[in-house]
Design a protein around this ligand. Sequence first.
Ligand code: AMP
Ligand code: MG
Length: 344
Amino acid sequence: MRSLFNLAVLLLLPLSACSLFEPEPATATFKTMGTRAAVTLAGLENEKLAKAAVDAERLMAALEAELSIYRADSVVSRLNSLAGVRPMEVPEHTRRLLEISIKYGDLTSGAFDVTLGPVVGLWRPKPGQTPSLPTEDALQEKLALVNFRNIKVQGSEAFLPTPGMRVDLGGIAKGYAVDLAWQALRRRGAVNFMFDLGGNIRVSGKAGSGLPWSIAVRSPFDTSRNLANVAMPDGWAVATSGQYERFVEIEGRRYGHIIDPRTGYPAAGLAGVTVFAREATMTDGLSTALFVLGPQKSVPVLRKTGAEAIFIPDKEPPELWVTPGIQSRLSLLEEAKVTLLPGW
Ligand code: AMP
Ligand code: MG
């Protein structure tokens, strides 16, 4: 089903940067979780690359088998099929992700809702059918099933109490996977590296002597162009959410994959949100939520979490609305207006 969506190019592009006397950083890539993963090690650690990539690939495969809703036999698919029937014993990653998702639901006043699965499903094209708008009745029926507060997690068991309820970890699982891969790489002795899972990125150390890792913010209006670079401190993560990344076209109009839980319709108003923080789980969860909340309502969430962000409103020419911590780390590559986030 996923392939029926238009999968546009990622907004974030890791940039290599190193000194004259060091080898270039080297990258190994592999496909996983319906996207592309890339392990990049700074020049002096190149010899660890092959092993690091094999380890990361194995870890991603295990997580996908547990968390994916595209696999009928995954833990999350089984939990969904037992909705309204009985609780189920769930392994650690599922339990933790449910707890984290509930936390982000509370933190964002429900803008992030991991139980949106039934509504997300309505907007997903059915194989062999021309995509059509969901009816208002169908939307209301599915919206009635949505409420992250109803998820029960007790000990090692989880339960979705209403028949038809479904969790969809698509808004946060990749970030969580990035943090696990990052920790595993550090445990195995890598110091200066970057891990990228479909645009969810976390860096460690530096790209070369004295040079921080740098990521490029792509233009949501033309993904072949980079608007700016951002210098990343050690340990930082970054993620972007935007409707241009995945959408369905219905009667000539594009409907994006990020849904506003208040209405059941795709969230609108922004072209993209890029979030920076100390963990990729947070940048993934927040980028989805802040896309829904919009700039003004995102301010308290950003202040509370200490995360930084770049908002790009959905109008051209591009403008970047940024938090104060980003201003000093940003180098513009194209002409674009940069202003402090309104409401900060
Ligand atoms: P991301 O690309 O990280 O912003 O995540 C988008 C994915 O998260 C979608 O494809 C859905 O699977 C799921 N999703 C959509 N809207 C929401 C939302 N408001 N809260 C939580 N997950 C969502
Ligand atoms: Mg996300």
